[in-house]
Design a protein around this ligand. Structure first.
Ligand code: NAD
Length: 261
């Protein structure tokens, strides 16, 4: 499929995991992709994999100026047709009766304000081209407890409703806005949040993947490519009548535990 031939996409958090897989998927379908991330080394590797179709600009999504600058760069290079607001990390792990203001604010700014500002900056640039499509990464944690800590889960629930609100606001500009809710996907997010690196990280990732696949009806680890496929659909014209909703890609985890009988 070459659904993004002649199209231009911005992907935040494109240096790793879900963002990396999505940048490669979009580029593989013909898009020119600009990734924004704080991990310069990871991003350079993705640029190399992109065979001339992926570019990188350093962007800390907690910095409103960085987000604006990323969108301006994409616009100057030829415009923005598609935006994947995806960068993120675990945030504070505190329970609600122990949470501190700094941890709460940092988590909301990283996971929720960043998405609002990404949409705000990109929407006028898309509108002047006659429209576009936006996908925001929420989470299964937006829909249920037990999947992630409180501040993270609340931010992701915010991303879900922000996607609905933005869809309603921006339909007049022919801009569609949707969200994707990954279940447990094998990436570095679980280990980087608690500072585990190197060989120990790979070991921990294997344990987490095994635990997740034991719990969900589709008994295998979720892969970044599983999410990239859903995001590519939502960003493509195949979804031209789809806005203000989300796709849950979780191996059936939200349905309940895998039956053992
Ligand atoms: P990942 O750690 O592999 O990738 C996250 C990327 O975001 C990294 O490249 C990182 O450098 C970047 N990033 C972090 N903070 C940033 C900042 N301030 N500015 C710019 N870039 C920043 O993890 P992932 O699992 O691919 O996570 C991608 C998104 O998916 C996140 O929003 C995460 O919350 C969400 N998510 C992941 C899972 C999962 O199971 N992996 C489940 C649900 C939702």
């Amino acid at each position: 499929m070459r659904r993004f031939e002649g199209r231009r996409a911005v992907v935040t958090g494109g240096a790793s995991g879900i963002g990396r897989a999505t940048a490669l998927r979009l580029a593989g379908e013909g898009a020119e992709v600009l990734i924004g991330d704080i991990d310069e080394e990871g991003a350079r590797a993705v640029v190399a994999e992109g065979e001339g179709r992926i570019a990188f600009q350093r962007c800390d999504v907690t910095d409103p100026g960085d987000i604006a600058s990323l969108m301006v760069t994409a616009d100057t290079a030829g415009g923005i047709d598609a935006l994947f607001n995806n960068a993120g990390a675990g945030g504070t792990r505190a329970v609600i009766d122990e949470i501190d203001v700094a941890g709460w604010d940092a988590t909301q700014n990283l996971l929720l304000r960043s998405v609002a500002l990404g949409i705000r900056e990109a929407a006028p640039l898309m509108a002047k081209r006659g429209g576009g499509a936006i996908v925001n990464t929420a989470s299964i944690a937006a829909l249920m407890s037990g999947a992630a800590p409180t501040a993270y889960s609340v931010a992701k629930a915010g991303v879900l409703h922000l996607s609905r609100m933005a869809a309603a606001d921006l339909a007049r500009h022919r801009i569609r806005v949707n969200a994707v809710c990954p279940g447990f996907i094998t990436t570095n997010i679980f280990t980087s949040t608690v500072g585990i690196e190197g060989e120990k990280r790979d070991q921990a990732n294997r344990v987490i993947a095994q635990m997740a696949s034991n719990a969900q009806p589709i008994a295998r680890a979720g892969l970044p490519e599983d999410i990239a496929a859903a995001v590519a659909y939502l960003l493509s014209d195949d979804a031209s009548f789809v806005t203000g909703t989300h796709i849950l890609v979780d191996g059936g985890m939200a349905v309940g535990m895998r039956h053992s009988w």
